[in-house]
Design a protein around this ligand. Sequence first.
Ligand code: ZN
Length: 390
Amino acid sequence: MIILIKNSEIYDPDKIGKRDILISGHSIVAIQEEIMLDTNVDVKIIDGHNLLALPGFIDCHVHIAGGGGEGGFSTRTPEITLSDLIEGGVTTVVGTLGTDGVGRNMAGLLAKAKALEEEGITAFVNTGSYQVPVKTFTDSISMDIMYLDQILGVGEIAVSDHRSSAPTLSELSKIAAEVRVASMLAGKKGVVNIHIGDGVEVLEKIEEIVETTEIPIEHFLPTHMNRAEHVFEAGLKYLEKGGYIDFTTSSVPAFIEEGEIHCVDGIQRIMKKGLDLNHVTFSSDGQGSLPTFDKNNVLTGMELGRVTSLYETVRQCVFEGHIKLEEVLKLITANPAHIFGMKKKGHLKVDYDGDVVLVDKDTLEIQTLISKGVLLKESGKILKKGNFES
Ligand code: ZN
């Protein structure tokens, strides 16, 4: 299909101005002030004059094959649906396993990623789960990263959490070293996605690895860095050292009451300190469980993370936090694309993938979604559902 979007204001995520965008096959083939087509080939023309054109959103931490289970088998969370991703404007996802690396495994995670690819979404995964030693798809982290295109790194490995496998400094160093070498050999960036719990340790081991080995800080992406004030503070110091941090956008009121930093406040505080927003990402933790525990770590309740929270949080940053769209949009586009080494993602550029979100210029609500050159939503209406979705 050939799609021509006329006259929309482009955010790359930087604000570029009004342009036409031509998409053919899977890719963006032209971005110009005016594109005129003299052809009798079927072209879908979208009037974009009241719309902003944004790069398809990247959600870099989603339990695509389900997660949870902390309250027994009936609390295992469901797989994500195509509609969930379309509603969230997410055209690229990084899937991950979580607490349960026994009842769920890499074969299931990769199968789900392949299913999403068939349905029109770009899906990558991390190898492993919370646990160390890392349970891989092949016989090693190196083989997984080198020979499986979908695998971009390892994770989410849990530290500083009562659900972690209490990994030692030596174990974490060896994992990071293996990710570094394998990703060099594979021409990938190589990410070690670290789940940070609410314990007191936070980033101590990661910082020690960076300080005492030759492994560059860019390989680590600690997530849930807004989960508590002491975790957030450690994240600010880590940013100062040049590290990357990820904030989780799915939340429940109980988390905020217990001291979780709302993403809007977190971004404002980072900006006030003059720290580098290019080193910050948002991810939804979609389909993950949002368990609440009492002071003795006994489970008291559980809700489900949603990918729709990713872009909703960007809108909150704009409307409640008065942060410019182009400043916060990169947290779900250019930044994750750079950190994970997704070569044709995160920008609206010629030869990049045809992943475009069109939003209302006033309300910023998602109107239209194009993923890999295919229209999945138009004028607020979802055009394609996943198999077995009602
Ligand atoms: Zn996690």
